[in-house]
Design a protein around this ligand. Structure first.
Ligand code: AP5
Ligand code: ZN
Length: 217
C-alpha cells in the first residue's frame, strides 16, 4: 500500500502513522522527522531546513523533494510506504506523481485527518518529543510518559519543539490552509481521498483509519 497522510499540524499524523505503518507492515516516512534528524546530526541539509522550520514555513521544494525521493527509493519502501508530511503543496504532489508514474506505481489512498482548530492547539501546546528520536511523541495530559520528562521508548529527554510556540503554530496553520489544503482537491480529482475524524482516543482513530482504507477493515 502507498498512502499519503494529510492533516493540520498537531492532528495526530505522526501518532497514527506509527500504528498504521505497523499494522500495514510498511515504513513510516515523515519529512518532519527526517529534517529534525538532520538538524540534530548537524548535516548540510539540516542547516538548510532549520530556519524555515523554526519560522513555521515550508522548507523549499528543491531540498524537500530530493530528500523524500531518496528515502522512498530505499529497499524497505519498494512494496509501499506511509508518507507523513509529504507532499505539502501541489508542486510536491506533482513531483510525487511523476516519480510514481515513472516506476509504474500509483498511490492507493490519501488519508485526511480532520480535527477542529481548538483541539489542534491543545494537542500542540502539550506535546513533548524525545531528543533521541522525534517520532517518540507524548502529551503532558493526553498521553503522559511514565516518568515526567523521560521518553518511555528509549529513556531520552523529552522537550517541547521550537516550532510549537503559539506564534509559530499560527503561521503553521496559515501555511496549512494556503499551501497544503489544496492538495486535498488535487487528490480528490484522482478519487483518492478518504476523510476521517481524528477526534477521540488514539486507538479509536487508528481503527477508524483502518476501516476507511481501501481493501482493509
Ligand atoms: P512536521 O513535523 O510534519 O509537523 P506538522 O505537519 O506541523 O505536524 P506535527 O508534527 O505538528 O503534528 P502531527 O499531526 O504529526 O501530530 P502528533 O502525532 O505529533 O513538520 C514540521 C516542519 O518541517 C514544517 O513546519 C516544515 O517547516 C517542515 N516540513 C516537513 N515536511 C515538509 C514538506 N513536505 N515540505 C516542506 N517543509 C516541510 O500529535 C500531536 C500531539 O497530540 C501529541 O502530543 C500527541 O501525543 C497528541 N495526540 C495525538 N493523537 C491524539 C488523540 N487522538 N487524542 C489526544 N491527543 C492526541
Ligand atoms: Zn525516545
Amino acid at each position: 500500500m502507498r498512502i499519503v497522510l494529510v492533516g493540520p499540524p498537531g492532528a495526530g499524523k505522526g501518532t497514527q502513522a506509527a500504528y498504521l505503518a505497523k499494522n500495514l507492515a510498511i515504513p513510516h516516512i515523515s519529512t518532519g522527522d527526517l529534517f529534525r534528524a538532520n538538524i540534530s546530526q548537524g548535516t548540510e541539509l539540516g542547516k538548510k531546513a532549520k530556519s524555515y522550520m523554526d519560522a513555521g514555513d515550508l522548507v523549499p521544494d528543491e531540498v524537500t523533494i530530493g530528500m523524500a525521493k531518496d528515502r522512498m527509493s530505499q529497499p524497505d519502501a519498494v512494496n509501499g510506504f506511509l508518507l507523513d508530511g509529504f507532499p505539502r503543496n501541489v508542486s510536491q504532489a506533482e513531483a510525487l506523481d511523476g516519480m510514481l508514474t515513472a516506476e509504474g506505481m500509483r498511490l492507493d489512498a490519501v488519508l485526511d485527518l480532520e480535527v477542529p482548530e481548538d483541539e489542534v492547539v491543545k494537542r500542540i501546546a502539550g506535546r513533548r518529543i524525545c531528543r533521541n528520536d522525534s517520532s517518540h511523541v507524548f502529551h503532558v495530559s493526553y498521553s503522559p510518559p511514565k516518568t515526567e520528562g523521560v521518553c518511555d521508548v528509549c529513556g531520552g529527554e523529552l522537550y517541547q519543539r521550537q516550532d510549537d510556540s503559539e506564534e509559530t503554530v499560527r503561521t503553521r496553520l496559515d501555511v496549512y490552509h494556503t499551501q497544503t489544503e489544496p492538495i486535498i482537491d488535487y487528490y480528490k480529482a484522482q478519487g483518492l481521498v478518504v476523510t476521517i475524524s481524528a477526534l477521540g482516543k488514539v486507538a479509536e482513530v487508528t481503527q477508524r483509519a483502518m476501516d476507511a482504507l481501501p481493501g482493509k477493515g
